[in-house]
Design a protein around this ligand. Structure first.
Ligand SMILES: CC(C)(COP(=O)(O)OP(=O)(O)OC[C@H]1O[C@@H](n2cnc3c(N)ncnc32)[C@H](O)[C@@H]1OP(=O)(O)O)[C@@H](O)C(=O)NCCC(=O)NCCS
Length: 162
């Protein structure tokens, strides 16, 4: 079991965040719902063990909602992902957000399980949205997790005011 701590990202963090995202996602930019994000420019939380990043969540706040842009854990099944989610939920509540939401892709059965077990609900399937994203970012693989074609964006949300 990991002995880790969670802290918010600071202005000292962008360089390693950019490298971390590149290692995990192939490039330092991610695309969701037609928007290009540079996670190293976003607020977020890091999970640290012995000063080494073993998990990272980045997010974007607007007036009433908080979008989780990336979530990565390099040590599965040790509670890191859950701790990062709890940190962003607390930040979103403090900021007065009504909901926390995110996009994942149709192949990511692990993420669909993970988020739904933490109270997130499926709210929309954006059919063939990844085909559109691939025009901007051709390196998005055609086949993803579990050998499933990567095609659709699935939107999940957790309402905060219930
Ligand atoms: C999704 C992801 C972030 C989850 O991170 P994680 O660190 O494995 O998450 P947790 O450890 O908190 O939870 C995973 C499972 O481990 C279990 N677990 C947590 N702590 C545990 C412990 N100490 N011992 C054993 N099992 C544990 C949890 O019960 C959980 O199972 P459940 O989801 O069936 O309830 C991770 O799989 C990942 O990085 N995926 C690739 C990137 C991705 O797809 N991101 C999301 C889309 S943007």
């Amino acid at each position: 079991m990991s002995d880790f701590l969670i802290r918010p990202l600071t202005t000292d963090d962008p360089e390693w965040v950019s490298q971390f995202i590149s290692r995990r996602w192939g490039t330092k930019r991610v695309i969701a719902h037609g928007t290009i994000y540079y996670p190293h420019k976003l607020p977020g939380f890091v999970a640290l063990e012995d000063n080494q990043a073993i998990g990272l969540l980045t997010y974007q706040l607007d007036q009433s909602s908080c979008e989780i842009v990336t979530l990565d854990s390099t040590r599965p099944d040790q509670g890191i992902g859950t701790a990062l989610i709890n940190a962003v939920l607390e930040a979103a509540r403090r900021s007065g957000c009504e909901r926390v939401w995110l996009i994942t892709t149709n192949d990511n059965l692990n993420a669909l399980r993970f988020y739904q077990k933490r109270g997130f609900e499926l709210v929309a399937v954006h059919r063939h949205a990844v085909d559109e994203a691939r025009r901007i970012k051709p390196e998005i693989p055609l086949v993803g997790a579990n050998g499933i074609p990567v095609r659709d964006e699935i939107e999940l949300e957790l309402p905060l005011n219930e």
